[in-house]
Design a protein around this ligand. Structure first.
Ligand code: MTE
Length: 331
């Protein structure tokens, strides 16, 4: 983000509109395996994106989720194809080109994996990935993701509200913020050799933002576990904020009384604030935030741009969190 100039020069293939036989068979197999798992999922949301021609990709282990009942959690917009969502990525630990992570993130080892929970909580500890997978029922949430660079996607994520984990660890009264630290391992991540950011990649939320039911701890997408390039084995997804707030491959969650120093804010404070709420009225110094390009839409780079919505369209759910704040100053 810092070193790219514009969302340009990208010649992305359109998502396939057809369902090849193999994909159809994969989908059938998946339905059977999900049934075998006893998933009490409602298939409505899944059908919505399956009908777009985006079947379960069948590349990774199945991770079905029931359709979420959280308000705002399932948009009816057409989801981005899996191939676009998993090949046009920002994951600087694996390179700064959009096409780098899909090629280089094969070295990431998503298992075994532990997340340390520390700071101002009564029950700190190390959570094993398997324990986290079982902590709460998996839900499917179809969220818009808007990147500060001016593009957006619609992705069916699988996970549960971060609030479920937060409740378990019992934050103390003094905990006002949550810091999210992501993996920084030279052996697994070739991009760490570049001094793009001060590693590890750190993000943060205010406590009420972290507790908001839309804030998702995601373990999967498109009915499967997360591909490495999308942040395996678990990441954050905060749909009303610019994409960079959604840290990938989390290893530590720390509760604190001070606003965390986030990686992008440290790198360029005049460009990336702590809040980073999607706001079409407040331009980034180098990019207007008024419109966006939906990845995979017909016309590619020349497709008609969409109007960006306040809080990425989640204003009814999250607007009250920012009542009375000057969002030009606290961007
Ligand atoms: N998390 C880590 N650890 N490293 C990163 O470079 N990039 C962020 C965010 N999380 C990033 C990260 C940015 S800029 C965006 S837009 C989203 O991840 C992209 O997520 P996606 O590749 O699943 O679309």
């Amino acid at each position: 983000m810092l070193i790219r100039t514009h969302d340009n020069g990208f010649n992305h293939p359109l998502g396939s509109e057809i369902t090849p036989q193999a994909a159809y068979q994969n989908r059938r197999q998946w339905l059977l395996s999900a049934a075998a798992l006893g998933g009490a999922a409602s298939w409505a949301g899944r059908e919505a994106w399956a009908q777009t021609g985006t079947t379960r990709p069948g590349k990774l282990a199945a991770l079905p989720g029931r359709t979420s009942s959280v308000a705002g959690a399932t948009t009816v917009e057409k989801p981005t194809s899996y191939s676009d969502a998993s090949s046009y990525n920002n994951y600087y630990e694996f390179g700064t080109d959009k096409s780098d992570p899909v090629a280089t993130a094969k070295t990431l080892k998503p298992r075994p994996w532990t997340v340390a929970v520390e700071g101002l909580v009564n029950k700190p500890g190390n959570f094993d990935l398997d324990a986290l997978l079982k902590l709460s029922p998996m839900e499917e949430r179809i969220y818009r993701l808007r990147c500060v660079e001016g593009w957006s996607m619609v992705i069916p994520w699988v996970g549960y509200s971060l609030a479920e984990l937060i409740k378990q660890v019992q934050p103390q009264g003094g905990a006002k913020y949550v810091e999210f630290v992501t993996l920084a391992d030279n052996k697994q991540m070739p991009g760490l050799n570049a001094n793009v950011l001060d590693w590890p990649y750190v993000e943060g939320l205010r406590m009420d933002e972290a507790m908001h039911p839309l804030t998702l701890l995601a373990f999967g997408m498109y009915g499967e576990v997360l591909p490495n390039q999308n942040g395996a084995p678990l990441r954050l997804v905060v749909p009303w904020k610019y994409g960079f707030k959604s840290g990938k491959s989390l290893v530590k969650i720390r509760f604190t009384d001070k606003e965390p120093r986030t990686a992008w804010n440290v790198a360029a404070p005049q460009e990336y604030g702590f809040y980073s709420n999607v706001n079409p009225q407040v331009s980034h110094p180098r990019w207007s935030q008024a419109t966006e390009r939906r990845i995979g839409e017909e016309g590619g780079l020349f497709a008609k741009r969409r109007q960006t919505q306040m809080f990425n369209g989640y204003e009814p759910q999250v607007g009250q969190l920012y009542a009375g704040m000057d969002l030009r100053k606290l961007f």
